[in-house]
Design a binder for this molecule. Structure first.
Ligand SMILES: C[S@@+](CC[C@H](N)C(=O)[O-])C[C@H]1O[C@@H](n2cnc3c(N)ncnc32)[C@H](O)[C@@H]1O
Length: 199
């Protein structure tokens, strides 16, 4: 397992991504192609920035990426890619939709790799992760375009099925993804929703 982690760590360094978590997005993208050229992408919990950079490269110069994080970190932009607007904010804040809408009213893709600060208690961490994933789904109702896609991390456990059921009500196709680059011992999985059924 350590070997696999070293492999992704070195690969990220070589490909100039600030975190190896980029491969948890890349693997799903290579299989399901839910990010396209020209896309507008909202990346929630974006720091240190690997997913936003990957999405910007995939969307290309015609696209746009808005990255949101509690941490005021990386603010890079790269050549021949979509512009990335880095927003320092909390997705649970009451005014988050207004703050994002000041930049753009809706998006073709919403990504979330948000992780709660771990407490050491598995049950508490899983519930917090689920609450954040539910919050992402709420924001999706306001900010995702009809037929858009969403890819969200959540820790598997109690109430996970109920969360997936609520995603199924909002998307035409739903897949549960466990990327190879995710530690096998980690309870994280990713829920991919394609074809948003906007009410
Ligand atoms: C695993 S990291 C994301 C890594 C990122 N996808 C990348 O590839 O570089 C999770 C991020 O979620 C952020 N986060 C946690 N709770 C948040 C919240 N309520 N609002 C915004 N960001 C949050 C953390 O600050 C952290 O930077």
């Amino acid at each position: 397992m350590r070997k696999v982690q070293d492999y992704y760590f070195k690969k990220a360094k070589k490909e100039k991504y600030p975190a190896r978590s980029v491969y948890k997005l890349e693997e799903a993208q290579q299989k399901y192609r839910f990010l396209k050229n020209g896309d507008t992408v909202l990346d929630l919990g974006c720091q240190p920035g690997s997913w936003s950079i990957y999405a910007a490269k995939t969307a290309g110069p015609q696209g746009l990426v808005v990255g949101v994080d509690l941490q005021d970190g990386n603010k890079v932009n790269i050549a021949k890619a979509a512009e990335i607007i880095w927003l320092h904010d909390d997705i649970t804040a009451d005014d988050i939709v207004e703050n994002i809408e000041k930049i753009r009213k809706n998006f073709r893709v919403i990504l979330s790799d948000i992780a709660p600060r771990t407490s050491g208690n598995k049950w508490v961490d899983q519930q917090q992760s689920l609450n954040l994933a539910r919050r992402v789904l709420e924001l999706t109702d306001r900010l995702l375009e009809s037929k858009g896609n969403f890819y969200v991390k959540v820790f598997e456990g109690e109430d996970f099925k109920e969360f997936v059921d609520s995603v199924r009500k909002s998307f035409k196709t739903v897949k549960i993804v466990k990327p190879k680059s995710s530690r096998t011992e980690s309870r994280e999985v990713f829920v991919l929703g394609m074809g948003f059924l906007k009410r």
